[in-house]
Ligand binder design. Structure first.
Ligand code: NDP
Length: 501
């Protein structure tokens, strides 16, 4: 366990080569509760490039031992970690809500995703299948196996502060890579709690290393580190593009999960109450700060008023406050900059659509010390309006009226992102058309845009990513090299493509 100092506010440390240690900077930063910024969660090391270099060295030293540890044994440690997370689920969820604001039920879901991926990837320790195939030549054996790449640099955002690090670290580790983990500066406590449990689960020293601190310093040093072979990054498109350029210069393996502008299509025959439930959950859950959040409702003109009426009436009843109170529906935004960004988009939206709900900072009773923003709905938005195109990452929903499926499908696809989408219809033929036509990595039928399960691939098309997928068995592709192995037991020279023609 980390050893806090005697302050009322605990100070936490990096975890490098199996030791909790201070930064070479001698400087710490605070993480605060976004629902009440007077509540300081802890002090964390302001990491430096030198700290990152030490963590990379530790990961490099541990790699030969870890890659030779039998994969089923590695899987057992993942399993132990999953069990520890399950045992500590409530504590982890409460710490998450306190540090980043999502309501407790959702924080429990975030922890559960971590548990699920730990168990799924623990099983890969005994699967991790390659192919054994017939050779085209007699007396020759042909097979392919996965091997680890080396050191994995893991850089994560604050919005799923336990699920996303687990989605990345579990496949990296089970396949025999070692890890240097840099969490978002808004959620270092969540990261520290995870790594404490990883140490307890039995990952050997140097296999998992944690360095907190700024992206521009620690993250940049990891991306630029010549010995870091693979980078897995989830965050904003702007940061992701910068990382891609830097990693590309060294031809590093790179998995990017970036922004989204997810849409729900509601056709004239839809069950409007069901659609309202799904839209509210997808638009205002996690205060709209999910990469899969619905920020566009593309609705058939014939039912626009009926849907808007329902959305407005239901959204009005959502209760804002600290997510630690189980009666609260919507927590705060992550920080003051996020409130400014959302307010800026609301100003833009006033010139584009019709504001029908919300639109302001929420600072009523009990909210005055937090970063709260009202659930906001704009009607009459056009597909190419800025609020219909740009990722706002807050509780702002644009309602875009269209005529029929074809127009809805065009509007849905008319964005540079492609993470998640959904359609509400009772017509099975139209549902199948949507499954075929929507240009997103995830398509839902008669449900909102959120709620991915860990045994299926997760990721987006177009500028949401660079073609890699997290979760599911395909996650192993990010962290492994394929090796094709031929054994010729004929005792003579045999030439493929030549001697068998
Ligand atoms: P950011 O891009 O700001 O930050 C993400 C991470 O990158 C943080 O750890 C950050 O560190 C780090 N970072 C910042 N600058 C650099 C740099 N130059 N080099 C290396 N690392 C750097 O994103 P947010 O944290 O604001 O996350 C929100 C974004 O994440 C949204 O756009 C959302 O759509 C996206 N997201 C995508 C998902 C997907 O699967 N497609 C899932 C979840 C979120 P620091 O915190 O210290 O700045």
């Amino acid at each position: 366990m980390t050893a806090p100092t005697s302050d009322a506010v605990a100070t936490f440390r990096h975890f490098i080569a199996g030791q909790w240690c201070d930064s070479t900077s001698g400087v710490t930063f605070e993480s605060v509760n976004p629902a009440d910024t007077r509540d300081v969660v802890g002090r964390f090391q302001q990491g430096t490039a030198a700290d990152a270099a030490m963590a990379i060295k530790a990961a490099e030293t541990a790699f030969p031992m870890w890659r030779r540890t039998p994969a089923p044994k590695r899987g057992e440690i993942l399993y132990a970690f999953g069990q520890l997370m399950a045992e500590h689920k409530e504590r982890l969820a409460r710490a998450m809500t306190r540090e980043m604001g999502k309501v407790l039920a959702e924080a429990r879901g975030d922890v559960q995703e971590g548990i699920d991926i730990a168990f799924l990837m623990a099983g890969e320790g005994r699967r991790m299948f390659g192919d054994t195939v017939p050779s085209e030549l007699p007396d020759k054996w042909a097979m392919s196996i996965r091997q680890p790449i080396g050191i994995a640099g893991i850089i994560t955002p604050w919005n799923f502060p336990m699920a996303i690090p687990c989605w990345k670290m579990m496949p990296a580790l089970v396949t025999g890579n070692t890890v240097v983990f840099k969490p978002a500066s808004d959620t270092p406590h969540c990261a520290t709690l995870l790594v404490e449990l990883m140490a307890e689960a039995g990952f050997p020293a140097g296999v998992v290393n944690l360095v907190t601190g700024g992206g521009g310093e620690v993250g940049d040093a990891i991306v630029g580190g010549p010995d870091v072979a693979v980078i897995s990054f989830t965050g904003s498109s702007a940061t992701g593009k910068g990382i891609a350029e830097k990693a590309g210069r060294r031809l590093k393996r790179l998995s990017l999960e970036l922004g989204g502008k997810n849409g729900v299509v509601v056709l004239g025959d839809a069950d409007l109450d069901l659609a309202t439930d799904g839209i509210l959950w997808s638009a205002f859950g996690t205060t709209g700060q999910r990469c899969t959040a619905c920020s566009r409702v593309i609705v058939d003109r014939s039912i626009t008023d009926a849907l808007l009426e329902r959305l407005e009436a239901r959204a009005r009843t959502l209760r804002l406050g600290s997510g630690l109170d189980e009666t609260i529906d919507v927590g705060p935004l992550i920080n003051a900059a996020a409130v400014d960004k959302v307010a800026g988009y609301v100003d833009i939206g006033r010139g584009e659509g019709e504001l029908v709900l919300g639109g302001g900072r929420a600072d009523g009773d009990g909210l005055e010390h937090g970063h709260f923003f009202e659930p906001t709905v704009f009607a009459g938005v056009r597909p190419m309006d800025r609020i219909g195109q740009e990722e706002i990452f807050g509780p702002v929903l644009s309602v875009i009226p269209v005529d029929g499926y074809d127009e809805a499908m065009l509007a849905l696809n008319q964005t540079r992102y492609g993470l998640s989408s959904s359609i509400y219809t009772r017509d099975v033929n139209v549902a199948f058309r949507a499954m075929r036509d929507f240009e997103t990595g995830i398509v839902y039928v008669n449900a909102g845009t959120t709620g991915a399960e860990t045994h299926l691939p997760f990721g987006g098309w177009k500028e949401t990513g660079n073609g890699h997928r997290e979760a599911g068995r395909v996650a192993l592709d990010t962290y492994t090299e394929w090796k094709s192995i031929y054994v010729d037991f004929s005792g003579r020279l045999q030439r493929a493509q030549i001697d068998n023609q």
